[in-house]
Design a protein around this ligand. Structure first.
Ligand code: IMP
Length: 182
């Protein structure tokens, strides 16, 4: 049995689907940023796999940085976003920033992060996200680049976790609700 199979109700996007979407997004980002030497920020922990695949498709100069943002406990948002770690200590003044997210859900994380970076003097801040759960938005934020739109379902795999598990599933699957603690 494949790892994680017992908790995945249905596969939403295969590894190949994700690779294709990264190629498409990488091309758009290349066109928009090729002369801007942006900073690409990987939001830990969920974005690491998408980030690695995406950057292979951007054939231009950029720096990479990492920020840890957390808000979820199990399958529910706490509504409070924490930015943490020494990772936030890098110079963003007069730089174009592209935040790389695994999933935009309520929008609180990117709202907080965008504000934080603009206050530190960034020239521009945009977001690329692998998944967009638009129906769950509670604040007015719009990622510029979106891999896939998804409905209000809890998904795991390709970096996304449930209580720190299942990040290593090589595709994105809907988690069977019977395994989710209420
Ligand atoms: P937001 O601040 O509500 O937009 O939430 C963003 C973060 O919540 C993401 O970076 C994920 O870590 C987590 N998250 C939201 N939805 C899911 C999901 O369906 N599966 C796993 N993590 C999720």
């Amino acid at each position: 049995m494949m790892y994680g199979e017992e908790v995945v109700e249905r596969i939403l996007f295969t590894e190949n689907d994700i690779k294709e979407v990264c190629a498409k997004l990488g091309k758009q980002i290349y066109e928009d940023y090729k002369e801007r030497n942006p900073i690409l920020i990987c939001t830990l922990k969920g974005s690491f796999m998408f980030f690695a695949e995406l950057v292979k498709n951007i054939g231009a100069d950029f720096s990479v940085e990492y920020i840890k943002a957390s808000s979820y406990i199990g399958a529910h948002t706490s509504g409070e976003v924490k930015l943490s770690g020494f990772f936030t200590n890098f110079e963003v003044k007069n730089r174009d920033i592209l935040i790389v997210e695994d999933i935009v859900d309520t929008g609180l994380t990117i709202q907080k992060l965008t504000k934080f970076l603009l206050e530190k003097g960034a020239t521009s801040v945009e977001v690329v996200t692998m998944l967009n759960k638009k129906v769950r938005r509670i604040v007015d934020v719009t990622p510029k680049y979106v891999g896939f739109e998804i409905p209000d379902l809890f998904v795991i795999g390709y970096g996304l976790d449930y209580n720190e598990k299942y990040r290593n599933i090589p595709f994105i699957g809907i988690m069977n609700p019977k395994f989710i603690e209420k």
